[in-house]
Design a protein around this ligand. Structure first.
Ligand SMILES: Cc1ncc(C[n+]2csc(CCOP(=O)(O)OP(=O)(O)O)c2C)c(N)n1
Length: 654
């Protein structure tokens, strides 16, 4: 059965003339034991909620999972798809993409991400089991990872978090082949992985990765552990290849016709390309009986649950919001802000909104990378998630931004949870690879990124983001919100929650901001991405576009221009992306036809030409910030109402 994986991987890579045969050939025995004897899946219902999760963190070994999906009988994974490995529009892209291929749990390729996704999935499992009971949620999360996964820094953050949280249903199978692209691992690494994992609170063991019984025994033991488990499986990369086995030469290129022929001979595989004999295919197909039975049993248990509990579980797993509760929460927040306006930092406005949103939307699980008091992400009544309180809805991720973001991806992928968490905007650099993958996968994950400009003041240029808004706006499918006041902050939260297929960033200020929207708006005005927040008295000569903390400043500049007899209007731009999604006529109407357009944002100009044109005036940053009180910095860098008014006036004069 393992040789079927090896043969399919060799044949597909050969046909594609590119790909990675070494891992599937080396890890075939591990995968055969895991899928054959343990993994609780049902190919006829790939998304059955209580299935075991399997993550191939070493995404370059994608032919391993494609071969497995075919062998166990996922309907769409036909031989024809295997033959189209790495071709446009196939279900077998170079690295696994869960949004392309049914049966995949996540998208991997950037090493280390899958391990951290799995930590999030195991967290989600524990949390949902605490909420809905073991009748509804009771599965394992398995990872197959490589040396590269464990060398990446994110893996350290992830395993430390998993060990601390005692995620006992997380089992990592390490393809311990001692080879990476450059050659033997000894060129660059001498970590004792067993000791490393043990030091992080894991159970860890080493087995012969070509001995099925040893692998099976280790998995059995892992399933009874009270901690997460690492099983280091000693393997030979490219197992079976006559000259390339055990060498980096089998890692990432086709074996070549002669080597392939020799490998099949050595493995005793007497079949042609993509040929799997019926008895072996039958044996593979039979392995899913355990999963089908488990699914049947689960359905019976679900049917026996109280109707309300079952309906709530199903809603959450579908990813539908509690529409009515959310609408009521939004109304309550807005009514309160209209009755008692709040001139507060947008991070505090976010907290104010969360106090009402978190109870209304029970799937929200919050957190922070050790900046809870600064990010204001912990709403009233939230308790800390942990082994003794798995129902807790607030995660202390520690100072681990990268694994935090990747674990949040894992929670969203698991389903049943809308994860959100916080750090400083400047440290989005530390989580960016995971944010990018959330955007690629289309996962609803919400990043609260506070201290969003020089407005944070004294902490200085190391902490003051200047290029981060532009850098985040550059990620396709990511929504970057920068709300101007307490009302916009609540509206942006609503939009982030409603964005089912997109991750969001909420860029929030440290410093207080005036509440500009003082009357009650039932509509979500931020939903168009940009809208006129202050109209011109007469035909506008100047349109000022601003985001976040600079919208208040733009409104002051407008007042100065009004005094000078220059009619000006202000457009708040909480989200470039939602604005871009409008049709051209709607966009044009918001842009207006004032002869002068000014953009104001305490950040670099990159991206702004889309709104103000390349001939527009931009008031913002051109380099790094400095350490000083915020007010002094705004003056020092020339981001003031006076400067905006003057720049507009000068341009108008031509
Ligand atoms: C973050 C990241 N850096 C680099 C790469 C490119 N890359 C792909 S596989 C690999 C290392 C291969 O070694 P190993 O993880 O041991 O896999 P094996 O050779 O055993 O298949 C590298 C550097 C990547 N995919 N992701």
């Amino acid at each position: 059965m393992a040789n079927a994986i090896r043969a399919l991987a060799m044949d597909a890579v050969e046909q594609a003339k590119s790909g990675h045969p070494g891992l599937p050939m080396g890890a075939a025995d591990i995968a055969t034991v895991l899928f054959g004897r343990f993994l609780k899946i049902d190919p006829s219902v790939p998304n059955w909620p209580d299935r075991d999760r399997f993550i191939l963190s070493a995404g370059h070994g994608s032919m391993l999972i494609y071969a497995l999906l075919h062998l166990v009988g996922y309907e769409h994974m036909t031989l024809a798809e295997l033959k189209r490995f790495r071709q446009l529009g196939s279900l077998t892209p170079g690295h696994p993409e869960n949004f392309v291929t049914p049966g995949l749990e996540t998208t991997t390729g950037p090493l280390g991400q899958g391990v951290a996704n799995a930590v999030g999935m195991a967290m989600a499992e524990q949390h949902l089991a605490a909420e809905f009971g073991r009748e509804a949620v009771d599965h394992h999360t398995y990872v197959l990872c490589s040396d590269g996964d464990l060398m990446e820094g994110i893996s350290q953050e992830a395993i430390a978090l998993a060990g601390h949280l005692k995620l006992s249903k997380l089992i990592v199978l390490f393809d311990d082949n001692g080879i990476s692209i450059d050659g033997p691992l000894s060129l660059a690494d001498s970590v004792d992985q067993i000791k490393r994992f043990e030091a992080c609170g894991w159970a860890a063991t080493r087995v012969d990765g070509h001995d099925p019984e040893a692998i099976a025994a280790a998995i059995e033991t892992a399933k009874t552990s009270d901690r997460p488990t690492l099983i280091a499986c000693r393997t030979t990369i490219g197992y079976g290849a006559p000259t390339k086995a055990g060498s980096e030469k089998s890692h990432g290129s086709p074996l070549g016709a002669d080597e392939l022929k020799g490998a099949k001979e050595k493995l005793g595989w007497a079949y042609g390309p993509f040929e799997v004999p019926q008895d072996i295919l039958d044996a593979w197909r039979a392995t899913t009986a355990k999963g089908s039975k488990a699914r049947g049993d689960w359905e019976q248990r679900m049917a026996a649950l109280p109707a309300e509990q079952r309906a709530e579980f199903e809603r959450r797993m579908r990813g539908d919001l509690p529409e009515e509760a959310l609408a009521n929460a939004m109304r309550a927040i807005k009514e309160s802000l209209a009755a008692e306006p709040k001139d507060i930092a947008s991070r505090s406005a976010s907290e104010f909104a969360l106090h009402t949103l978190v109870p209304a939307v029970p799937e929200m699980v919050g957190g922070s990378a050790d900046l809870t008091g600064s990010n204001n992400t912990r709403a009233k009544g939230m308790t800390a998630f942990g082994p003794n309180n798995p129902a807790g809805r607030f995660v202390h991720y520690g100072i681990r931004e990268h694994a935090m973001a990747a674990a949040m991806n894992g929670m969203a992928l698991h389903g049943g949870i809308i994860p959100y968490s916080g750090t400083f905007l400047v440290f989005s650099d530390y989580s960016r690879p995971a944010i990018r993958l959330a955007a690629l996968m289309g996962e609803r994950v919400i990043h609260v990124l506070t201290h969003d400009s020089i407005g944070l003041g004294e902490d200085g240029p190391t902490h003051q983001p200047v290029e981060h808004l532009a850098a985040l706006r550059a990620i396709p499918n990511l929504l970057v919100f920068r709300p101007a006041d307490a009302v916009e902050t609540a509206e942006c939260w609503q939009l982030a929650l409603q964005a089912r297929d997109r991750p969001s960033v909420l860029a929030l200020s440290r410093q207080n901001l005036p509440q500009l929207r003082r009357s009650l708006d039932a509509d979500n005005r931020c939903s168009t991405g940009a809208y006129e927040i202050a109209a011109a008295a007469g035909k506008a000569q100047v349109s000022i576009f601003a985001t976040g903390s600079e919208v208040g400043l733009a409104v002051e500049a407008k007042a100065l221009l009004d005094q000078r007899g220059i009619p000006a209007r202000v457009v708040s731009v909480p989200s470039f992306e939602l604005f871009r999604d409008l049709d051209p006529a709607a966009r044009k109407a918001i842009i207006g036809d004032a002869p002068v357009r000014v953009g104001v944002e305490a950040a670099i100009r990159m991206g702004w030409d889309e709104i103000i044109g390349s001939d527009g005036v931009f008031v913002g940053m051109t380099g790094f910030g400095a350490s000083a009180p915020a007010k002094d910095l705004y003056r020092h860098f020339g981001i003031t109402a006076e400067a905006v008014a003057e720049a507009a006036e000068e341009r108008l004069k031509g």
